[in-house]
Design a protein around this ligand. Structure first.
Ligand SMILES: Cc1cc2nc3c(=O)[nH]c(=O)nc-3n(C[C@H](O)[C@H](O)[C@H](O)COP(=O)(O)OP(=O)(O)OC[C@H]3O[C@@H](n4cnc5c(N)ncnc54)[C@H](O)[C@@H]3O)c2cc1C
Length: 387
C-alpha cells in the first residue's frame, strides 16, 4: 500500500505462475482435446464455449480425470493442485471445447458441497459430477431479483422432515439439461433481508418443477425460466445452515467471478484474427493483435493471482470482482475492436465471420451474467473503503 493510501482498503494482486511442472499437463490436455473435442460444424460454437454443452465430451473429460480435479479422491476427485486445474480450464477455453454441460457443477456446485454440504450429499452427488454425468444449474435470479439478490421471493415452508418450495427462477443457464439445481430461497422473514435465506438442492425431474426455455437473440437456447410449484424437498437436501444462504452464495460468487472464463469468451476470435493476419500483417492489424495480447496477459495474471488466493483458502471477493469487471470489459471490447479494423462480411459462413458475428451479438451479456458491471464496481468501491 502506498504510504499516502494507508487507511484506505486496497486489493492485492501479484504476478503468479502455476507450479513449474505443468508443461506435461498442458501437453496432455491439448492432446486430449485434439482427440476428443467434437469438430464444431459451426465455428461460432468455439466462441463463448463454456455456454456450449456436449454430454459425450463431458463424460470423456470426467473419465480422463479433468473434472473435480481438486476434489478429494474419496468423492471421485483427483486431488490436483488448483493451479493445475486452472491450466486445464484455460486450455479447454482457448481451444473452444464444449464444456458447458458440467461447467457449473465443476466450478461451483461441487465446491459448495465440499464446503457446506453434508457427508451424505457429497457421497451422493460429487462422484457423478466428477464423472461428467451430473450437471447443476444455479437458481439465484428471479424476475424481480437479479442485482438485488437479497430480495428473492421463492419460499420454502417447513413440512414434516422437509420443505415445500414455491417460486420462480429465471435466466437459469442449462436448467434444461441439469439434473440438479442449487436454489437460493427464503425460509424466514427477518429484519435484515440478507438473513433468512437458505440454499437447497432440487432434483429437476421431480413433480412441481417446470423448465421453460428462453431463446436469446442469436436463436440459441442457453437459459430458462424455472417454475417451482409446491416442490417437496427433504431436509437432507438443505445445503448448510437454514438462514445462512447469503454468506454461502457470497463465497460461491468468488468462485464464479475470477476464473479464465471471465476473459476468454472471445478468445476464438483472436485465434482467427492471427490466422487472417498471416505472417506479414498490415500495421493496424499487428497493432491490434499486440494490444489484445497485452491486455489478455495482464488480466490472465490477475485471474491466476486470484485463483492462487482461492487455493490458499482466502475469500478474495474484491479481487474476484476486479478480475470479472476487467475481464468482461476486455472480452466485450475485442469483437468491436476487431470489427473496427477488419472489413468483414458478417453474413459470411467462413470461421472468422461466424465467430465475429456471434460474438458481436452475445458479448453484451458477458457483463451481465455472474453480476453486472455496476454491481461489481459497487463491491470494489466498498472493498476499497470508498463507500
Ligand atoms: C447469459 C446469462 C446467463 C445467466 N445465468 C444465470 C444463472 O444460471 N442463474 C442465475 O441465477 N442467474 C443467471 N443470470 C442472471 C444474472 O445474474 C442477472 O441478469 C444479473 O444479476 C442482473 O440481474 P437482472 O437481470 O435482474 O438486472 P437488474 O438487477 O434489474 O439490473 C438492471 C440494470 O440496473 C443496474 N443496477 C441494478 N441495481 C443497481 C444498483 N444498486 N446500482 C447501480 N446499478 C444497478 C444493473 O447493473 C443493470 O444494468 C444470467 C444472465 C445472463 C445474461
Amino acid at each position: 500500500v502506498a504510504p499516502d493510501c494507508r487507511g484506505v482498503g486496497t486489493f492485492d494482486i501479484r504476478p503468479f505462475e502455476p507450479p513449474g511442472d505443468v508443461a506435461q499437463l498442458r501437453a496432455d490436455i491439448r492432446a486430449f482435446i485434439a482427440e476428443h473435442a467434437p469438430k464444431a460444424e459451426d465455428a461460432a460454437l468455439r466462441a463463448n464455449c463454456w455456454a456450449v454443452g456436449d454430454a459425450a465430451f463431458s463424460r470423456a473429460l470426467g473419465q480422463a480425470g479433468y473434472i473435480g480435479m481438486i476434489w478429494p479422491r474419496q468423492y471421485g476427485g483427483h486431488e490436483r493442485h488448483p493451479l493445475e486445474r486452472y491450466v486445464v480450464l484455460e486450455e479447454l477455453l482457448a481451444a473452444g471445447a464444449p464444456v458447458g454441460m458440467h461447467w457449473i457443477a465443476d466450478r461451483q456446485t461441487g465446491a459448495l458441497l465440499l464446503r457446506y454440504g453434508t457427508e451424505e450429499q457429497r457421497q451422493r452427488f460429487l462422484p457423478r459430477m466428477a464423472a461428467g454425468e451430473l450437471y447443476a444449474c444455479i437458481g439465484m435470479s428471479e424476475p424481480n431479483s437479479g442485482s438485488d439478490l437479497a430480495s428473492v421471493r421463492a419460499r420454502a415452508v417447513r413440512e414434516g422432515d422437509g420443505w415445500r418450495i414455491s417460486g420462480q427462477k429465471t435466466w437459469t443457464t442449462n436448467a434444461h439439461n441439469a439434473q440438479l439445481m442449487i436454489a437460493l430461497v427464503r425460509t424466514e422473514e427477518g429484519s435484515e433481508r440478507q438473513n433468512g435465506l437458505t440454499q437447497f438442492l432440487i432434483e429437476m425431474d421431480q413433480p412441481g418443477v417446470e423448465v421453460r426455455p428462453i431463446i436469446d437473440l442469436t436463436g440459441g437456447h442457453d437459459f430458462n425460466e424455472v417454475f417451482l410449484d409446491d416442490v417437496y424437498v427433504p431436509d437432507t437436501m438443505r445445503v448448510g445452515e437454514a438462514g445462512a444462504g447469503w454468506s454461502q452464495v457470497t463465497a460461491e460468487l468468488s468462485l464464479e467471478r475470477s476464473g479464465p472464463e471471465r476473459y476468454l469468451s472471445s478468445y476464438a476470435l483472436l485465434t482467427e484474427l492471427v490466422r487472417l493476419a498471416g505472417s506479414n500483417p498490415a500495421p493496424r492489424l499487428a497493432e491490434l493483435i499486440g494490444e489484445i495480447t497485452a491486455r489478455l496477459m495482464t488480466i490472465r495474471q490477475m485471474s491466476m493471482s486470484t485463483a492462487a488466493k482461492l487455493a490458499a483458502g482466502e475469500d478474495p471477493v474484491l479481487e474476484a470482482a476486479v478480475v470479472k469487471d476487467l475481464g468482461n470489459g476486455f472480452e466485450q471490447w475485442m469483437p468491436r475492436a476487431v470489427q473496427a479494423v477488419v472489413d468483414a462480411d458478417l453474413s459470411g459462413r467462413d470461421d472468422f465471420a461466424r465467430i465475429l458475428s456471434v460474438l458481436l451479438q452475445v458479448s453484451p451479456s458477458f457483463s451481465l451474467r455472474g453480476g453486472t458491471r455496476e454491481i461489481l464496481r459497487s463491491i470494489i468501491a466498498r472493498g476499497l473503503g470508498l463507500r
